[in-house]
Ligand binder design. Sequence first.
Ligand code: GAL
Length: 810
Amino acid sequence: MLKKNYLSLFLLFNIILSFSQNRKVIELSEGWKFQKGNPENASQIEFNDTNWQNVTVPHDWAIYGPFDKEIDKQIIAITQNGEKIPTEKTGRTGSLPHIGSAWYRKSFNIHENDINKKIILQFDGAMSEPEVFLNGKKIGEWKYGYSYFYFDISEDVLKGNNLLAVKLINKEFASRWYPGAGLYRKVTLTFKEKENIKHWGTFITTPIVTKSFAKVSIKTKVSSTHGKLVTKIYDKLENLVAERESSEAFGNEFEQNIKINNPNLWSPENPYLYTAKTSLFIDNKLKDEITTKFGVRKIEFIPKKGFFLNDSLTKFKGVCLHHDLGPLGTAINRSALKRQLTILKDMGVNAIRSSHNMPSLEQLELCDEMGFLFLAESFDEWKKPKVKNGYNRFFDEYAKKDVENLVRATRNHPCIVMWSSGNEVPDQWGSEGVKRAKWLQDIFHKEDPTRPVTVGMDQVKAVMASGFGAIMDIPGLNYRVHLYEEANEKFPQGYILGSETASTVSSRGIYKFPVAQGIMKKYDDFQSSSYDLEFCSWSNLPEDDFILQDDKSWVLGEFVWTGFDYLGEPTPYDEQWPSRSSYFGMIDLAGIPKDRYYLYRSRWNTKEETLHILPHWNWKGREGKKTPVFVYTNYDSAELFVNGKSMGIQKKTKDKTPQHRYRLMWNDVIYKPGTLKVIAFNADGKAVASKEIKTAGKPYQIVLDADRKTVNADGKDISFVTVSVVDKNGVPCPTATNQLQFDVTGKGNFRAVCNGDATSLELFHKPTMKLFSGKLVVLVQSTKETGNITLKVKGKGLKSGSIQITSIKE
Ligand code: GAL
């Protein structure tokens, strides 16, 4: 009873993540106080914070804006982009107010039952340069905003009330994208006995994997040098499949080898997870218990042949992702991450690169569960700066610690198949850089001998000359498709990874004429054409990569820049205001697919049909003008009809341009309002699928479509509702820009809205926004109460729309 009471008191403001007799993990999520600035004595217990803002963590203080050109205005030449002359740049870090310092304070209670426990305080990331105080005393600090780190606070806690205070500071010129600000990832307390399994002390690998058996190796670090360790392995249905008892520790580490017969192998298609439950007994008393999910899988990189997962050749069909979640900013939200991955899965993506930093632990858990391979990256900078106040300031003191923490905190995730120690680091130049590359790679190897290490390299000539590229486990090339052959000749490894590819730019639903390829092409409306023919001076079109991927067995796969648009880096509009988020995504900032999504889907999603027509067919004023039509499809050929009249059959071919091999293009279509219809043929020339789009009339009615109509009543879950308008006949209006208003009633809240327009300065958390190319997405968040939630959307002159979502306890 007593236990129950003190638990419920504690849980009033916190979330229990796991609980067993000897160990509990609590998330410190609610009841935080927050204040920008640096008030004196904010670390002290007596400090009065009643006027501070109440927030829940994860929290991003900067996402509420306003967008302001002055925030990240700089006169610089972006040397990575090949610029030599400094010009005025804005929007590079999203133009959101993330610079400056801020404090978080939170009280928590330590019950007398816990006062003699081992208590670990962990931050999954804190942006940035956190200084942590407990009851007025500084207990530690970190620097890099993306690192996981922890402190043992057993000796510092008091019985009863405790005060945790965290100071953060973001300097200007510290990032090349929107870094977010604050305690944007979770904060946890782990309580365990003094004799225990160490924090991040478990390392599970599968050194032998065959169809008939797997050898599972489990290394467990414990606090003492004696005792007994029992590990039980359970399958997905919680059946016990194997167990091992060991009473011999090597120093403070147990090593157990356990056999699983007929293992169910983990892969993107079959993300099967086992659970290892390890119990530590000292003098036959149970002291600690930890459960770890893991997968049984085998990875091999074979020269000239490629990457093999469980003996089958697997190309990386990957995307790079920055860590922000669009309108939510960088504050981690599991349902937003899950939605991202669900959309990517539909595209046929099988791999994610966490560019250019440590991923959130939630993202890794989801990739394990949903089946994605993962390239976990660490740094965008080593010792030589890219930005004045970047990681270069911390490299010497922190790089080793940061890599160790990355590996120790995440190494049991089967999704991770490769590490990356850096991205386009300026240290690629010169012999010091080669030494640094080796030094970092050796740290990864020491911490984890089972996975290779790569670096995303853009200075390909330099790394060929210096030996930098030759020493990497996996040479990763960023762009430079024209150098793949030469690099493969010069490097000894026998394979090349497209660690970053394409950087093609587009704005959802925006098409520019005449249709032509363009490098760093700019328009007066600061949008890029969705005909998918525009790219950067250092990059290329998707097909240049496709050809290498398809024709060269030594190319391991690619990670496209990027899956989703992200805040900041508005290339090619770095010099234009307002423009504050990227154009690189195959999916826009709101999570709505652009045309390019279907181009990749047509080759990556090999199970489902893709038949996508572009552009839209609402071109008032273009009557009689050439308006090319493209079709992205997995089929080889198709016939196009305008108002029933055939425009001929197009067939994919290797004999013309790279685009002709992967897209069907009718370049001479003359625009007439009406219906565009495409009929696709299979390899035998049989008509197998068709699709049509129509010219819409005036916007008439608002239409709502939720990604999930049932949410969890945990106060965090989000339903993403796509809002669009249709004409009187129900035809979608692709150019509508109506200003809409949102109202959420019942057991939910309006959380945010986003329309994917990189130039919009409307705020994400205000319940009004303009449609962009006829669409936007409203985020409706659950409360802790079950029941119905209604989202109503209205706009001047439009028939309103509404949708009901049900919130349940899952
Ligand atoms: C790469 C870089 C990325 C991003 C991209 C844009 O060179 O690694 O972070 O800046 O260019 O094309």
